[in-house]
Design a protein around this ligand. Structure first.
Ligand code: PLP
Length: 422
């Protein structure tokens, strides 16, 4: 049975293992549902980024929102990464995990004054500013504190990343970034404001991108702007090309990170911009295929039109199928006879018809089996909620056969702790 995109997942006899750890055993020990991640898989996904950028001034800023567990952030901090954050909560996580504030870029369309002040005080590398209005407020906040905000404008290059509409961010109709046509004027405004220092330019065109061409198109548009901005005497130190590289969930064949970067660097050099620091903000491509969501089969419910395999994980644990109709691989962690296979909709206990993890899946399964939802390392746990008063799953990190509980299972007592009777 093939396992799309997950090099550290493998069968040992009939048992599915993550970096040598038997996943069914893991659920016996730690309960279900359970997220499990391979630290080695994360580092292996980072390596091609680092290799392709070797010898060049660069910074890889892991996008915290993909998977913000402290142990994940610690793994990337120890590997030399910076971080792309979108809230002061994420900043707190980065610092708690040993990350370096001087390697943090602060993205997002809706930063509050309090968040700006906090990031200024710890000395983040750069604010990725998304509007003129934000720029004016950032200037006031920085000036008021007697500090300087280093800024890069997130420009919207108006290219179609060819991905799902909810995760496409570089088109004119999106809420993100400064419109390409207004970028030059906004840079001139930035250069004139107190408390602001222009240091770079950035773009981020979407997520789960499986082609090189939208990246090259966006890069060309960004470099056109850099030429125009520098012609006005404003110095651009770094080029931040965002994240967005896709992973294999089923049969997608995204470019490899090193091949993508080689092509981008070649274009940067050919256009005479090779002296600039190059930055990326990968999220999904570093952690997506490093993780699985494990869930126990509660009941098999055969119907006239559909058979339902009811599991104990739900849309609150893993939202991607419900939110984007995302297809994620589902396998039984214990291989059973293939001739037993039937077609099932794998559904959770939550009271919504949208609560499904997979539809029309051929699975050989019995109650009590443990299923693994594959490629669940990114935008899984970070999007989890407490809908239906369900505590969030525990998280486990494995590394070379060793395991760590990196987040305890949430209890109902914790869920209601902040509520009060009238
Ligand atoms: C979400 C996000 C990323 C990471 O995107 P991936 O598709 O997970 O690589 C990077 N930069 C910004 C600004 C983002 O919002």
């Amino acid at each position: 049975m093939t396992l799309p995109g997950s090099p550290f997942l493998a069968w040992q006899g009939p048992d599915l293992c993550l970096d040598g750890v038997n996943l069914r055993e893991l659920v016996r020990q730690h309960g279900s549902p359970l997220y499990a991640y391979s630290r080695q898989a994360m580092l292996a996904a980072l390596a091609p980024y680092q290799q392709a950028l070797q010898g060049r001034e660069h910074l890889i800023c892991y996008a915290v929102k993909a998977n913000s567990n402290l142990a994940v952030l610690q793994t990337f901090a120890q590997a030399g990464c910076g971080f792309d954050i979108v809230s002061s909560g994420e900043l707190t996580r980065v610092l708690a995990a040993g990350g370096d504030a001087a390697k943090v870029v602060f993205s997002g369309v809706g930063k509050t004054r309090a968040e700006m002040a906090e990031a200024l005080k710890v000395g983040v590398k750069c604010f990725n500013v998304e509007s003129t209005a934000e720029l004016e407020v950032l200037s006031q906040v920085a000036h008021g504190l007697g500090l300087t905000a280093r800024v890069s404008l997130r420009v919207n290059p108006d290219v179609d990343a060819g991905t799902h509409p909810y995760i496409s961010t570089g088109l004119k109709g999106n809420k993100f970034g400064v419109a390409h046509d207004h970028a030059l004027a906004t840079y001139e405004r930035a250069a004139s404001l107190p408390g602001i220092e222009v240091v770079g330019i950035d773009c981020h065109i979407g997520s789960q991108i499986t082609d090189v061409s939208p990246y090259l198109d966006a890069l060309d548009r960004v470099l056109d702007l850099v030429d125009a901005i520098e012609a006005k005497g404003i110095r651009i130190h770094h080029l931040d090309l965002g994240g967005g590289l896709g992973i294999t969930y089923t049969d997608e064949v995204p470019p490899k990170a090193d091949e993508l970067i080689a092509q981008l660097l070649a274009r940067i050099d050919a256009r005479g911009h090779g002296h600039r620091q190059v930055m990326f903000e990968p999220g999904r491509s570093l952690v997506g295929n490093a993780g699985v969501l494990l869930t126990e089969v509660l009941f098999l419910k055969e119907g006239e039109q559909k058979n339902f395999c009811v599991v104990d994980a739900a849309m609150n644990d893993l939202m991607r199928p419900a939110l984007y109709e995302a297809w994620m691989g589902i396998v039984n962690t214990q291989q059973r006879a293939p001739e037993q296979a039937q077609v099932w909709d794998v559904v959770g206990p939550v009271c919504e018809s949208g609560d499904w993890l997979g539809r029309d899946r051929a699975l050989s399964v019995e109650p009590g089996d443990v299923l693994a939802v594959l490629s669940a390392g990114a935008y899984g746990m970070t999007m989890a909620s407490n809908y239906n008063t369900r505590g969030r799953a525990a998280e486990i990190m494995v590394d070379g056969g060793q395991t760590w509980v990196i987040r305890e299972r949430e209890t109902v007592a914790q869920l209601i702790a902040n509520e009060r009777l009238i």
